[in-house]
Structures are given as structure tokens and as C-alpha cells.
Write a protein that binds this ligand. Structure first.
Ligand code: ARG
Length: 633
């Protein structure tokens, strides 16, 4: 509709002010701040007023007259043909100039029908579009280290990564999801060393621990011991040297530890919906980049200093000077020829871009690595890679829990598994306390508590079904709650995570949106059982159009546009906000217009269309965020 209106306005401008003016004018069509004002508003009068030296009101007056004219004179000229499907004559029911804007009101028969039919046609792919130039994009995300389990920071990384990948895909881009597993380096050796020294051959199996937690505990142990005995730090370094020299014993130990951690992550990643198309291991790629540095040295992109380090000088224009007033540098090779973190990333970027013929490479990595990526990107540009201008570091802020910053070294890190369990537990309490559609759950619990009362097999299986259903719902709600909370703010801000707030069925939360969906689905189920509603064929859209219905329709219609903006701005919070606003608009709609108590069956049928399409949009929006829905809550 927006696009058609744009065309219509351009045509009016062209006929009133001439094609020259029309080709230069840049105006927008948007929603008015209040649905009472109209369905669409354009700033064209204000923009043109400056250009043609008249008042906005005068410009608006002639444009409104011209557009009203069109409404009564649809010709058969090819130019007008494009409007025929849109049926202008009946589409615009009101035109008015308000606060600088020309406001359009569209008849319900046209507007509601168009939006509803579009959503019905597209179903789960409503919102998906195709940008003019689809790109091959690689998104790297999560990228954990094999010395510990995933923590809250990884959760934010993972959900941001998944939602970003989904929005990019929804724009028609071809996206490859990758991770780099950092499985090499002194931090890995620390866990290895502690295990070797104090582990006594224990294993995850023998201790009953989840294998990534098992290894993480040894990493924490190392820190504790090293605080007492500083010599341990040196020993970890020596172990790393042995690893690099290919020492068989050390490599065997390394592989055992690494495989434990990776196997330990698996269920966590599955629960959270994190997966990759390809995984890179640091141990395979850490030598990459050395030859590029050597070549760059010949070309003068890098330089060797008096100590023998190979350096990259960061352009002063962008990076300024360091504290000593020297230009900033990144060390790429040490005098002994060994490489560093940036060297590997340099090699990896080139390998990836060439292997996948990438147009764009996105890194989802915390804000503490901003300098690293800015430097890396500057260096790739200096080396002349065409795709270097399409690199993006999608950084995100810290996540704080009520008692302060999460830390990883001291072992006070907020573990992802613990948090997920805690959220599922909270969700279970919420379900139990509300007895949402499961009035029998309390009963089930009581029966299980009194085991002796349970003797019939039927009763037992009923109870266990109920319990597994509560379990299933709690998982969807608990995980949805945390994901939504981490996504509702734009990536760059720090988040204070509040578990109780996130699980609430009221407010700007995941469960609120999930609940609106479940409510919509329940109305649909009820409606389907009503004679005349469930089996109706014809929909009279003119019975819709109250303010609450129009406000809701705006949300449904603008969903694809919001995805486009979220993808363009790397800001998935826009999607979360939109889903929430849709859920809100839906709730307002159905409380003011009880669907099943409509004035007539015909009206109920029309409203059911809004219920159905609202459910679809909420579901699609949550799916983009990696959040599931429940048919009943
Ligand atoms: N594993 C690294 C860390 O925990 C992040 C890796 C980021 N990716 C990259 N290509 N440098 O800090």
C-alpha cells in the first residue's frame, strides 16, 4: 500500500509541478502518530514547499485536489493501469492536511483485505523479502574457548547471532553461519595443567559432571593454585611450547580435554538453538596469516622494528596516537616468527572470503574486542582486499546480573546451563501459580507427593503426561524469556538481566508475546467450533476499521519493513520491539472488540481474520528471534 501511495503522490506532484520537480523531490510515506489522523501520512507538502517557494498548506491543497481528481478519473492510459489493482477510486476515503502532513485514510475493504490476504498467502514466510542485491554473507558467532562451559556472555552472543542471521536470511541474503573454536593457547594449557597435576585420572563420567563443567572446574582450580604459586604460569607457557612442538603426550591430553568440552557444549547449544554450517578450529588455522604478513612486508603495508617485530601502523586519522604520542601499532609477528591473535584473524578472513566468495563478513564478538576488529579491518583495507569495506564487527555490551558484573576468571561466572535451568524453573512456578490451561497440574503434583494414592496405571500415565507437558511449556517459556530479554535492547547497550522480570507475563517480555499468540490461537479454536464462523467463506472487510483494528493492522503491515531495517542496522531489537507492539495492539483489539461476541456472525468472521494474522505475525517475529511459541499456555 505504501508503495502504491508513493507512486500516486509522485504522479500528482508530476502533474501539478512538472516532471522535473517530481524527479527531484524526496518524500516519505509513514504512519501518522495517531491512527485517528489517518492510515498514512506524507511529508511531501513540507518538502515541496521549500522547493517551489509556497507554503506547505498551499502545496497540500493543490495536491489533495489533484489526488481527489484521480479518484474520479481513472483512465485506461498505461500509466494509470498500474493502479487498477489497487482501485484508487474506492481506496482513499479521506484526505486531510494536518500538522504539515497530508493524511490518507484508506477504506477497510481495500486496506484490511490487502494486508490480511498477503499474510495468509505467505504464512510462515510473511516478512521475508528479497533485497535488490542479495549477498553472500558469513556470520561468525559464539566462538567459545575450550577451557570452560558457556556463560551468560555467550548467551547474549548466541541469541544476537541467531537473530541477526535470521533477519539477514529474511532479506534474501545467502548466509553461512560459522564459529571459531579457540582450542589452543595458554588459557587452554592452564586447564590441562591443573587436570594433569591434580586430576588423578578422574573423568566427567567418573565424577558425573557435564564434561564442559568438568574442564571448567580445572581451569578455575588453576587460577586458585596460581595465586599461591606463581611458578605455575611459567609451566603453562612451557606446556604451550610443547604443544606447539607437537609433543605426543601433551597433544593427547589436549585432545581429551578439548573433546570433553565440545561434547559438553552440545546439549547446551541444542537447547538454545545455536548451530553452525562450518566450524573452524584455532589449532588448524593459527598459523594462517603469516605468509600474508610476509607479503605485506614486501609491499610496505607492514614494517619491521629494531627489535625484529613485524608491525602494522594504524592510520593516525582514525586511530589517533597512544599515551606516549606515538602512532598506534598492532604486532603481527614476534622476532622469533611466531604469530598473534590478529595474524590468525587476518589469515582466517582471507581464507573465508576466498573460499566462500563472500560479499560480507560479520563478526558477533563482545565490545572488548572493538579495537582488535577495527585494526584488523584497517589492515585488510590497506592490503587492498575488495571486500574489506564490507566487514562488520557486531559488538554487544555486558550483561549484568542483579549482583554485579559477570566474571569469568575467578569462577564467579554466570553459567549458561545454570541460568537456563533457573529460568525453566521460574517458568514452571509461573505456570503452576497461574495454572494456565492446566488446572490439573497442582492435582498431579499432589498425587505424586502421595505416591501411595497412585495405584492405577491410567492415573499414573495421566500424571506423567501432564508433568511432561508442564516441562515442555516451561522450557519454551523459560528459554523464550531469557532470549527475549537479551534481544529487546539494541546490542550495544549493557543489560541488567532480571530473571523475575523477564519471565513475567506482563510487560515488555517474551512470555507476554507468547501469551498473546496462545490467546489468539485459543480464540481461533473456539471460533472454529461456532457454526457460521468456522465454515465461512466470504469475508466482509468493511466491518473492520475501528481505531484499535487500524492500529493493529499497521503493526501487521509494517512487519516486513521492520525486518528490513533491523537487518540494515544490525539491530534485532527492532524486531523484538515490533513483536511486542503487535502483541500489545492485538491485546487492545480483542479486549475492546470481543471477537466471539461480535454484533453479527459476519463481523466475527472478519475479526477472526485479524486474530489469525496477528498470531501469524507474532509467531514469525518470535521465530526470527529464535523463540518458539505454544498453542496453549
Ligand atoms: N574466542 C574468542 C574469545 O573468547 C573470540 C573469538 C572471536 N573471533 C575472532 N575471529 N577473533 O575472546
Amino acid at each position: 500500500m505504501k508503495h502504491e501511495l508513493e507512486q500516486l503522490i509522485s504522479k500528482a506532484v508530476s502533474q501539478v509541478f512538472g516532471p522535473d520537480v517530481a524527479s527531484k523531490v524526496v518524500f516519505s510515506v509513514s504512519y501518522p502518530p495517531k491512527p485517528e489522523m489517518g492510515d498514512y501520512a506524507t511529508n511531501v507538502a513540507m518538502v515541496l514547499a521549500k522547493q517551489v517557494g509556497q507554503s506547505p498548506a498551499a502545496v497540500a491543497e493543490v495536491l489533495i485536489a489533484k489526488i481527489s481528481d484521480f479518484r474520479f478519473q481513472i483512465s485506461d492510459s498505461p500509466e494509470d493501469k498500474e493502479f487498477s489493482s489497487f482501485n484508487l477510486q474506492s481506496a482513499i476515503s479521506n484526505l486531510q492536511f494536518l500538522g504539515g502532513f497530508i493524511n490518507f485514510t484508506i477504506t477497510s475493504e481495500v486496506w484490511f483485505k490487502e494486508v490480511v490476504e498477503e499474510i495468509e498467502k505467505s504464512e510462515n514466510s510473511y516478512g521475508v523479502s528479497k533485497v535488490v542485491n542479495p549477498e553472500k554473507i558469513m556470520v561468525e558467532y559464539l566462538s567459545p574457548n575450550t577451557n570452560k562451559p558457556l556463560h551468560l556472555g555467550h548467551l547474549r552472543n548466541g541469541v544476537t547471532g541467531v537473530a541477526t542471521i535470521n533477519t539477514l536470511k529474511a532479506q534474501g541474503h545467502e548466509v553461512t553461519r560459522v564459529g571459531i573454536i579457540n582450542d589452543r593457547g595458554v588459557h587452554i594449557c592452564k586447564a590441562m595443567l591443573a587436570y594433569e597435576r591434580w586430576g588423578n585420572g578422574a573423568t566427567p563420567e567418573s565424577t558425573g559432571k557435564k564434561p564442559d563443567h568438568f574442564v571448567g572446574d580445572w581451569y578455575v582450580r588453576f587460577a586458585q593454585e596460581a595465586a599461591k604459586d606463581p611458578a605455575l604460569e611459567m609451566q603453562a607457557q612451557e606446556m604451550l611450547q610443547k604443544w606447539e612442538a607437537g609433543d605426543i603426550e601433551i597433544r593427547r591430553l589436549w585432545k581429551t580435554i578439548r573433546d570433553w568440552v565440545i561434547a559438553g557444549w552440545k546439549p547446551t547449544e541444542e537447547t538454545l538453538g545455536f548451530s553452525y554450517d562450518k566450524v573452524y578450529f584455532e589449532s588448524d588455522v593459527f598459523q594462517l596469516g603469516k605468509d600474508i604478513v610476509e607479503q605485506g612486508l614486501q609491499k610496505g603495508v607492514f614494517r619491521k622494528n629494531e627489535k625484529g617485530n613485524v608491525l602494522f601502523d594504524l592510520p593516525e586519522k582514525e586511530f589517533g596516537k597512544d599515551e606516549q604520542g606515538q602512532s598506534r601499532v598492532i604486532t603481527m609477528l614476534r622476532p622469533d616468527g611466531t604469530s598473534l591473535y590478529t595474524t590468525q584473524d587476518l589469515g582466517l578472513a582471507v581464507t573465508r572470503a576466498e573460499e566462500y566468495h563472500l560479499d560480507r563478513l560479520v563478526y558477533v564478538v563482545g565490545s572488548e574486542q572493538r579495537f582488535h576488529f577495527e585494526g584488523l579491518f584497517a589492515m585488510l583495507k590497506a592490503l587492498g582486499y575488495a571486500w574489506a569495506s564490507k566487514l562488520h564487527h557486531l559488538w554487544y555490551g555486558m550483561v549484568y546480573l542483579p549482583d554485579g558484573k559477570m566474571k569469568s576468571r575467578e569462577g564467579t561466572v554466570v553459567d549458561a546451563d545454570d541460568l537456563v535451568l533457573q529460568m525453566i524453573d521460574l517458568a514452571k512456578q509461573e505456570i503452576e501459580s497461574r495454572q494456565l490451561g492446566l488446572g490439573a497440574s497442582t492435582f498431579a503434583k499432589a498425587m505424586v507427593d502421595k505416591k501411595d494414592a497412585v495405584d492405577s496405571e491410567i492415573l499414573q500415565s495421566k500424571i506423567s503426561n501432564l508433568q511432561s507437558e508442564i516441562e515442555r511449556r516451561a522450557k519454551v517459556i523459560g528459554i523464550g524469556a531469557i532470549k527475549f530479554y537479551l534481544l529487546k535492547q539494541k546490542p550495544t547497550v549493557d543489560i541488567h538481566f532480571n530473571p523475575e522480570e523477564s519471565i513475567s507475563f506482563e510487560g515488555f517480555t517474551g512470555p507476554y508475546c507468547q501469551y498473546a499468540y496462545a490467546r489468539a490461537r485459543s480464540i481461533l479454536r473456539q471460533g472454529a467450533r461456532v457454526k457460521g464462523i468456522g465454515d465461512s467463506q466470504r469475508i466482509n472487510y468493511s466491518l473492520l476499521g475501528d481505531i484499535e483494528e487500524r492500529a493493529l493492522l499497521q503493526k501487521l503491515e509494517s512487519f516486513p519493513e521492520v525486518i528490513g531495517r533491523a537487518a540494515a542496522e544490525y539491530n534485532v531489537a527492532l524486531v523484538a520491539t515490533h513483536v511486542f507492539e503487535t502483541a500489545q495492539a492485538f491485546n487492545t483489539f480483542y479486549t475492546t472488540h470481543p471477537v466471539l461476541k461480535a454484533d453479527s456472525i459476519e463481523q466475527a468472521v472478519a475479526r477472526m481474520k485479524l486474530v489469525e494474522t496477528s498470531a501469524q505475525v507474532i509467531k514469525n517475529g518470535l521465530a526470527l528471534l529464535g523463540i518458539e511459541v505454544l498453542e496453549e499456555m
